[in-house]
Design a protein around this ligand. Structure first.
Ligand code: C5P
Length: 214
């Protein structure tokens, strides 16, 4: 069976948690596409002279990306998140990551991909598209707690600034900007618990599967 769930939205809206839960519930494979851009951003940062990311280095890193790069344990830092969003605006970087994502989506047994352009560019024919959002304050609080739990020394204000800068860059870029696909189901998680958000997403998948049978 081929069944693709595309989950997009701004940073820290709950996409990851929802995607993992939906994948586990239906036995689908899950790809966090943000990790691809983080891995390229990490490699570009490693090769950056004076902290300036160079497009050619980023493009070469995207073309040479190895699945083992996704397992690095230093991809979840704020610096890598910003670098990911910088390299993600380079069309050649996005192009280099396209086939891997589309192949993943087309695998037998179903797939959930989460990111920014899954419903609009990577999988325009996905069986279900969700666009997950939450208020800036709630997203910043969730990400702050995650970072502190992971041992990072940061402040709420710094996290909020980081999220806003990334969202603005992701939404303003010409290449596959962050925006909901026309037919996406909107899921605002501002007032929802994790369990309630997951339940809404699971219900949407079930409904879509039923429609497919009918
Ligand atoms: O999802 P995550 O916050 O890990 O993504 C890091 C960055 O990677 C995003 O801010 C965005 O710039 C980029 N990204 C993207 N397209 C995707 C997934 C992530 O441009 N499909």
């Amino acid at each position: 069976m081929r069944f693709t769930v595309a989950i997009d939205g701004p940073a820290a809206a709950g996409k990851g948690t929802i995607s993992r839960a939906v994948a586990a519930r239906f036995g689908f494979a899950h790809l966090d596409t943000g990790l691809l851009y983080r891995a390229v951003g990490r490699r570009a940062l490693d090769g950056a002279a004076g902290g300036e990311i160079d497009a050619a280095t980023a493009i070469a890193a995207a073309r040479a990306l190895d699945p083992a790069d996704l397992k690095r344990d230093d991809l979840r830092t704020p610096a890598v998140a910003q670098a990911a969003s910088v390299v993600a605006a380079i069309p050649e970087v996005r192009q280099a990551l396209l086939d891997f994502q589309r192949d993943f989506a087309a695998r037998d047994g179903g797939a959930v991909l989460d990111g920014r352009d899954i419903g609009t560019v990577i999988c325009p024919d996905a069986e279900l598209k969700l666009f997950v959002t939450a208020s800036d304050a709630v997203r910043a609080e969730r990400r702050y707690l995650e970072l502190v739990a992971g041992g990072h020394d940061t402040t709420r204000a710094a996290v909020l600034e980081d999220l806003k800068a990334r969202d603005a860059r992701d939404a303003a870029r010409d290449a596959a900007p962050l925006r909901p696909a026309q037919e996406a189901v909107l899921l605002d998680t501002t007032e929802l618990s994790i369990e309630a958000a997951v339940e809404e997403a699971v219900n949407a998948v079930e409904e879509r599967i039923e429609q497919g049978r009918g």
